[in-house]
Design a protein around this ligand. Structure first.
Ligand code: F6P
Length: 329
């Protein structure tokens, strides 16, 4: 088999170890791996990874040392052209031209929407790996990159807490996650934040101010509020304005973590998840599976049809929201 592999959409820490696993698993079974650069855009431009012999093939040594590397050596992108029918037909023709039998896309919901569209024009197999910091895909408990993104955000929160304590301030820390509160909730819980403003829950400035007054009366000297970028009240700056207007009892500062959360060496949990899913994706292709994403649910490797992975909003665990509330006293 000739297996194409690429990373698409926002990069995530763990994409590189996943790529390493795909290459090692496929080569171990005697198959060829073609690395496609820059996601769907690179496919349309026929941009392939060249090994040290100048061949468009990924060898065992092409992925050496990738366990610890953030980002993706194949590069990533979002492609406008691939969103069109013409783009999808062209991509299918390119895959046929290069005799690629199967692909492993590593990415998030946009990547898998693309895979579904490609299926209409191409009869090769597709098994994807969930590579996104957002953890917003159904079909896996955690996506590759989520644990590292949370780790990075929690480190930032810990540092900010020092300054918040010294100056008796409130920090609003905006985290990524587009439409999902996963990064926000986990960061808030692990970082001991007092409030999390998430897209899944209503954010009421007056209510938060009331809570802050109670906390201040109980002797709290610093406050951390984690704001998901997709919160319906807007980002951290908008919430700061609303809190100020509602009479916030602490001086406030805002920090937007942004793309900082997408980089860095993947934490062990992401490396292991990426390795398991990359290997499983290849084994699933060899078993004949297609149009599915490899995931890990309750410790078990599972396949989920692409359409189900992004068809519905993945709810944040209710129990963890209640726990955060109980801890924020
Ligand atoms: O999907 C990953 C993600 O980092 C989201 O959390 C964020 O909203 C988005 O990508 C940012 O995209 P870009 O890198 O194109 O600004």
């Amino acid at each position: 088999m000739r297996i194409g592999v690429f990373c698409s959409g926002g990069d995530a820490p763990g994409m590189n170890p996943c790529l390493r696993a795909v290459v090692r698993a496929a080569v171990a079974e005697g198959h060829d791996v073609v690395g496609i650069k820059r996601g769907y855009a690179g496919l349309l431009g026929e941009q392939f990874f060249l090994n040290t012999d100048g061949e468009p093939l990924m060898k065992l040594r092409s992925v050496s040392g990738l366990s610890r590397c953030g980002g993706t050596i194949l590069h990533s992108s979002r492609s406008e052209e691939f969103r069109t029918q013409e783009g999808q037909k062209k991509a299918a023709a390119i895959l046929r031209k290069h005799r690629i039998d199967a692909i492993v896309p590593i990415g998030g919901d946009g990547t898998f929407r693309g895979a579904v569209a490609l299926c209409d024009h191409w009869d090769g197999q597709i098994v994807g790996c969930p590579g996104t910091i957002d953890n917003d895909l159904i079909g896996t408990d955690y996506t590759i990159g989520f644990a590292t993104a949370v780790h990075t955000a929690v480190e930032a929160l810990d540092k900010l807490r020092d300054t918040a304590e010294s100056h008796e301030r409130l920090f609003l820390v905006e985290v990524m996650g587009r439409h999902s509160g996963y990064i926000g909730l986990y960061t808030a819980l692990a970082g001991g934040a007092e409030v999390a403003a998430l897209p899944e829950t209503p954010t009421d400035a007056a209510q938060i101010v009331h809570h802050l007054e109670t906390l201040k009366a109980r002797g709290k000297q610093s406050i951390m509020i984690v704001v998901a970028e997709g919160d319906e009240a807007g980002g951290a700056s908008q919430l700061r304005d609303a809190l100020t207007e509602a009479g916030c009892p602490f001086p406030t500062r805002v920090l937007k973590l942004g793309h900082l959360q997408r980089g860095g060496s993947p934490v062990p949990a992401d490396r292991i998840l990426a390795t398991r899913l990359g290997d499983y994706a290849v084994r699933s292709l060899l078993d004949g599976s297609t149009d599915v994403m490899a995931g890990l649910i309750h410790g078990r490797l599972v396949l989920t049809p692409f359409k189900e992975t992004f068809g519905q909003h993945k709810p944040v665990p209710e129990e963890l929201m209640t726990l955060l509330d109980r801890m924020a006293r």
